[in-house]
Design a protein around this ligand. Structure first.
Ligand code: GLP
Length: 270
C-alpha cells in the first residue's frame, strides 16, 4: 500500500485530481473502451472535485468516455434534497464537466425494491468490466462508503443501518438535527471496493488521525473497514500532515522518504 503524505488539504486535492486526470488520459479512451471510475461524496473529495473541474476547464481532461459509479446513497430522501448524494455529485462535479448523463451511476435510495437495486448495481459494475479506479474517503471510525465497523470485508452492495456515530457526524449537514439524518443507506460493499483494479483513499484532517493510524500501523480489522486496503494489490492513501498526528514519527518519515519523488511533483498530464 502506498501512503502519500501531502503538506495540506490543497496539495492533497491537487495531487489526487492530477492523478485521476492522468489515469483517464493515459487510458486513451474511446466510447468502446471507457474508464470506469468509482466516486465518493463527503467533504474529503470536494477539493479534488474542484481541482478536476479546473483541469477540465483548462482542457487537460475530458470525462466524455468515463463511466462513474458512486459509492452510496441515503435511503428515503429525494434526489433533489441538497444532502442527497445525487445532488452532491451534480453540484460538486457532474454539472461542471462533460460527463454524459447516461454514464453516471448512483444507487437509487428510493427504489421500490432496495435489495434488487443493490443486486442490479453490482451486476452493472460487472457488466462494465469492473471498476478501474475507486476513489474513497473514510469516516472518523475508519468506515469506507457506509461500511460501518463490523461490516464483512467481503461485503457487496447492500442496505446498511447507520451507526449513531455516523448519524451524529453527518448531522452537521442536516441542521445539526440527528432526527433529520436518514437512518439507512445503500452502499457498495468493502468487497466491491476491493474488487476494483485500483483504490485511492483520501484522508485529511485531525479527526481522521486515529483511523489513519489503524489502517497504516495496525492489522486488517473489520472494525476499521478501510484497513482491508492492506490486502489490495494497488491501494493508495493520500493524506495530509494533520491526519498523521497519531502515526509514529518513524512511520511518517519512512513514507515521506520512499515517496519523496512523487510528493515533490504532480502526476504529469502530457
Ligand atoms: C459518509 C460517506 C463516506 C465518507 C464519510 C466521510 O459516511 N458515506 O463515503 O467517506 O461520510 O465524510 P467526510 O469526507 O465529510 O469526512
Amino acid at each position: 500500500m502506498r501512503i502519500l503524505i501531502q503538506e495540506n488539504y490543497q496539495a492533497l486535492s491537487n495531487w489526487v485530481a492530477h492523478y485521476v486526470a492522468k489515469k483517464i488520459k493515459d487510458a486513451n479512451l474511446t466510447p468502446e473502451k471507457p474508464f470506469i471510475l468509482g466516486l465518493p461524496t463527503g467533504s474529503s473529495p470536494i477539493g479534488t472535485y474542484q481541482a478536476l473541474v479546473q483541469l477540465y476547464k483548462e482542457g487537460k481532461v475530458s470525462f466524455q468516455n468515463v463511466i462513474t459509479f458512486n459509492m452510496d446513497e441515503y435511503v428515503g430522501i429525494p434526489e433533489t434534497h441538497p444532502e442527497s448524494y445525487h445532488y452532491f455529485m451534480q453540484s460538486n462535479l457532474f454539472s461542471h464537466v462533460d460527463m454524459k448523463p447516461e454514464n453516471i451511476n448512483i444507487l437509487n435510495g428510493n427504489a421500490e425494491d432496495l435489495e434488487k437495486e443493490c443486486e442490479e448495481y453490482e451486476a452493472k459494475i460487472e457488466a462494465a468490466g469492473g471498476i478501474d479506479l475507486f476513489l474513497g474517503g473514510i469516516g472518523p471510525d475508519g468506515h469506507i462508503a457506509f461500511n460501518e465497523p463490523g461490516s464483512s470485508l467481503s461485503s457487496k452492495t447492500r442496505i446498511k443501518t447507520l451507526t449513531y456515530d455516523t448519524i451524529l457526524a453527518n448531522s452537521r449537514f442536516f441542521d445539526n438535527d440527528i432526527n433529520k439524518v436518514p437512518k439507512t443507506a445503500l452502499t457498495v460493499g468493502v468487497g466491491t471496493v476491493m474488487d476494483s483494479k485500483e483504490v485511492l483513499i483520501i484522508i485529511n484532517g485531525y479527526k481522521k488521525a486515529r483511523a489513519l493510524q489503524m489502517v497504516v500501523e495496525s492489522g486488517v480489522n473489520h472494525m476499521w473497514t478501510v484497513s482491508a486496503l492492506q490486502l489490495h494489490k494497488s491501494g493508495i492513501i493520500v493524506c495530509d500532515d494533520e491526519s498523521t498526528m497519531e502515526l509514529k514519527v518513524g512511520t511518517v518519515k519512512y513514507f515521506k522518504d520512499i515517496e519523496s519523488e512523487s510528493l515533490n511533483k504532480l502526476p504529469e498530464l502530457l
